[in-house]
Design a protein around this ligand. Sequence first.
Ligand code: DGJ
Length: 741
Amino acid sequence: MRKAAMMLATGLTALTGSIDVNAKVTAPKGATIFRLDGHGFTYALGVDDKGYLQPLYWGAPLGPNDPLVPGDPAQLKAPGELSGFDPAGSVTPQEYPGQGEGLVSEPGIKTVFADGNRDLVLKYRAHRVEGDTLVVELADIRRPLTVTLRYTIDPDSGVIGRSASVHNGDTKPVRVDQIASAVFTLPVGDDYRLHYLTGRHAAEWTQKQVPVTPALTVLESRRGSTGHGNNPWFAIGRERVTSEDAGPVWYGALAWSGSFRISVGQDNLGRVRIAGGYNSYDFAWTLKPGETLDTPVFYAGYSDGGMGGASRAFHDFQMRKIIPDGVKAKLRPVLYNSWEATAFDVTEAGQAALAEKAAKIGVERFVVDDGWFGARNSDRAGLGDWTVNRTKFPNGLKPLIDKVKSLGMDFGLWVEPEMVNADSDLYRAHPDWVLAYPDRPRTEGRNQLVLNLARIDVRDHLLGVLDTLVSENDIAFLKWDYNRNWTEAGWAGVPVEDQQRVYVDYVRNLYHILAELRRRHPRLEIEACSGGGGRIDLGILEYSDQVWTSDNTDPADRLMIQDGFTQAYAPAVMMAWVTDSPNWANTRVTSLDYRFLSSMQGGLGIGANLDHWQDADFATAAKWVAAYKTIRSTVQRGRLYRIDPPVGEDATSATMSVAQDGRQGVLFQMLHSSMWRDNPAANRPQGLDPARIYRVSVLGGGALPAGVPIHASGAYWMQKGLRAPLKGDYVGIAFVFDAIT
Ligand code: DGJ
């Protein structure tokens, strides 16, 4: 037991006289106050005199003996009515309220019983500790309906995972109209600011901030999947106190890849409430007698290190606890992807020629994108028919895969399993397999329909097809795409009261396929893609080695995309490609050097048409790919410091990645466009070990700026800073700090 935890346990034992004390989860038998303590935070809740479960604290760590409830903890009071307009039920702070007793803020759960009763009042029934998890059971005051809350703590990062399960112990069904994974509470305050991420196709990860007020802010997807619109992530800081580098930040993200809802606002007494879970829009789940409905996990953390500290802690948590293989995950290989080069025009000879060129510049994985299967010559046909197109690949994929492997690369393939074109053999055989309402029009998006994965036959068909594809071909990597939203989300064929389960069963079956495929093919890697970054969340990340953040491959826009993405998710999974200039998205012209410097701040890919490159381009690319491999571990799995954001008043931006062991740092300085013969201030590196001596060099070779010493301590670099005299538009440089002591 670590010292701090031991002190905590001892302190609480003294306080409670109990023996049932866990170092991280403190909820002794018979206690009415429960707390979770991890790195840099304390979370506490308690049962009041009327049996309500109340939130008590979430924030910076408290002392082990600090009074969470002043005086006698057994005296935690439920408030009484404030006025005729504010009955007791609406002013009692509740950790997970049922919709009842006049609740006017977001409920944890809203139900309708078979007799029409819509009043649900949840009170504490029992609790227990299971390892790192606190389990608290709540029960309705009259009906046999119970809600089980789970709190699992990751002591090292300060992140807790909360979820809820509702169980119908009655002999009649109960309809669940709304259910959150968790409700979080912050103390009364008028200076909270909500940070969130929004966007659209090719413009994902845009950062927004709004004040937290009684006007509820809802981050949601009604699309059936996570969507490009709002990511299921939030962070809350305090006005003028929280910055990138300092101040309190409460943050969280839902591990769910379907329609979701996170609401943030002040309740009737000014307390901040954050509720998140399944989206109640178009959702209902009729709980049969004896049935239980589980929610996804809502992860949440606290940091007093500003937005930067919060994201570093969350990245660290994701790398250890979410991403497949955790700390043992392989570094992302440098990949080549053919999409921007060839679109649907893929042939064995064309791809083989690209593979030869890719291998010459040090690419490690060659990925054939859309167009290799069925009658797929455009986006109008073929989706659903996952057999090799024999006109394009007369002898199947094997000759190309052999060629790719002989060139020293592994092979990856694009799939979009959840979709079907009406012009496909699969749809012709199973027109009833798509989401739709009988006798109603079916909206197509990109000429495709969504297969209803909630159906077990569809789930098993897709698993079988993918299993065969991966078993029969030496495929190391699948790029798993998903290119439209749901429209008419009908599920004919099940009783009406079960049809809206589609929002949950679909996603659960998607996870099942991914999990089972990975189990059967342990070396297979998967990239989550949805028209770029339309389905990135902690749910899909549990099954994905990497993600495609956006179809916008412009290197300047990409800096903003990366800045937004890393607020929430780890650079370890963030892929970026070097593509052609002018860029397809905005016709911006940039140098190959700039494109590489932008893309190599995460997982590096190349998506340019190598058939159009000159010798000089290959030489430039080979230089950068080799250089990238010397810093890849640091940028992918190190600690990220966003030193100068690409959004803002000046034209410069800078990020710094520092290896977990502090032995290497990489500072990227980018200049969007020169202004006024500018001479911007030096960037001060962060995260280096002040006591170590580092040798600084320019990534890819080149002279250091005048006056910059080759060797100096971490303290020196972090105090003095440095800047390259960048001139012109869309230029950049990376400095590498290698520890020599
Ligand atoms: C959308 C993806 O984001 C692109 O990278 C590409 O794979 C296309 N789909 C292919 O249809």
